[in-house]
Design a protein around this ligand. Structure first.
Ligand code: HEC
Ligand SMILES: [Cu+2]
Length: 348
């Protein structure tokens, strides 16, 4: 190279680079994606998914035709040395009628299935096997089963193959209920009740997420859906519905940690001003119902695994774990937090 211009990479090198870049791009498609609505696991999620796929292929058709025409024109009529100027044309009735009618027809093929699907999934549930009331809070989920006498938080259990009839309310600001693989998405609006329904069709655990910005820790407002076999659901529901023993009434051979933790929870810890434990004097309504908190797999809206260490960490410094959340630091030391954690884990 003597003219000082940078040397362009050879065509081969360009191709190899493009292939590598594409490969890198597609590697990103290989994950597990537990929150992908493209892997539907309920009647409603399947309807939404097939609607999406239909619209996707129409859009692909439009892309190919329009981009094809564009690329053809760009290459076919590009300026070449010595070539004559192409003839300028103005107006073409056939083309213009064509590209007015074609989009209208495509919109009918998209619009009709869209409206039919919307009416179906927005309509009344085909049956109402399990009624659930969801209340969104900054930044956690309250789940109540009015027919089963259950109140819990952040972990929703449903029996497989049964239609869940879900009512959605907000305790404070806008939130949005979304288990991408199962439920469809719907907002929780202050002062108004929304509803949705779905019939989960596969046993498993599905993560969900608040999908409407609701403040500082919105991103930490997760939830989990456990789709259980009928027997597992039955067993879970029976346990959740039972109250705990009254305090001052400890089981005979109780762990001294648990006894100490219970004392702090109902006394100096001040926990009962915000939390309820059914069957006891704890009847607070600011925070999650803790009657069976020991049976949950996670705490703080899916943020931490439910282990003694994590519980103690949360109790000692909830603001560090989830900035801005409404639980106060009650000033417990290491030992006290460990004892309270032991007590909470005993609440299965
Ligand atoms: C001022 C009210 C308030 C007080 C007092 C309070 N909490 Fe909380 N607590 C909350 C709120 C609100 C949440 C939900 C936080 C979130 O996830 O955003 C919570 C969450 C929790 C959780 C997680 C529950 C779950 O299922 O995710 C535990 C465990 C807990 N608190 C234990 C305690 C203990 C133990 C005490 C006493 C030392 C206590 N809390 C005192 C308001 C309070
Ligand atoms: Cu949110």
């Amino acid at each position: 190279m003597t003219d000082g211009r940078p040397r362009l990479p050879g065509r081969r090198r360009q191709l190899a680079f493009a292939a590598l870049a594409l490969a890198a791009l597609f590697v990103a498609c290989g994950g597990d994606f537990p929150q992908s609505s493209l892997r539907p696991q309920s009647d409603v999620a399947r309807e939404i998914d097939s609607l999406f796929r239909g619209i996707f292929w129409w859009a692909m058709g439009v892309l190919v035709v329009v981009e094809g025409a564009l690329l053809f024109t760009v290459f076919r009529y590009r300026e070449r040395p010595g070539a004559a100027r192409p003839k300028a044309v103005h107006g073409n009735t056939v083309l213009e009628i064509g590209w007015t009618i074609a989009p209208a027809v495509i919109l009918i093929f998209i619009g009709v299935p869209t409206m039919l699907t919307l009416w179906r999934i927005d309509g009344p549930p085909p049956s109402s096997d399990v009624r659930v009331e969801v209340v969104g809070h900054q930044w956690w989920w309250e789940f109540r089963y009015p027919d089963l006498g259950i109140t819990t938080a952040n972990e929703l259990h449903l029996p497989v193959g049964k239609t869940a009839d879900v009512r959605l309310r907000s305790g404070d600001v806008l939130h949005s209920f979304w288990f991408p693989r199962v439920s469809g998405k719907r907002d929780l609006v202050p002062g108004r009740e929304n509803s949705l329904w779905f019939t989960p069709d596969s046993v498993g655990v599905y993560p969900g997420q608040c999908a409407e910005f609701c403040g500082t820790s919105h991103a930490l407002m997760g939830m989990r859906l456990f789709v259980d076999s009928p027997e597992d659901f039955e067993a879970w529901a029976a346990r959740q519905a039972s109250p705990q023993e009254a305090e001052g009434d400890p089981a005979p051979a109780e762990d001294p940690m648990v006894t100490a933790g219970r004392e702090i929870f109902f006394g100096a810890g001040g926990c009962i001003s915000c939390h309820a434990i059914r069957g006891t004097v704890a009847a607070g309504v600011i925070g999650p119902d803790l009657t069976h908190v020991g049976s949950r797999s996670t705490i703080a809206a899916g943020l931490l695994e439910n282990t003694p260490e994590n519980l103690a960490k949360w109790i000692m410094d909830p603001q560090e774990v989830k900035p801005g959340n409404l639980m106060l630091d009650m000033g417990l030391n290491d030992e006290q937090a460990g004892q309270v954690a032991a007590y909470l884990l005993s609440l299965e």
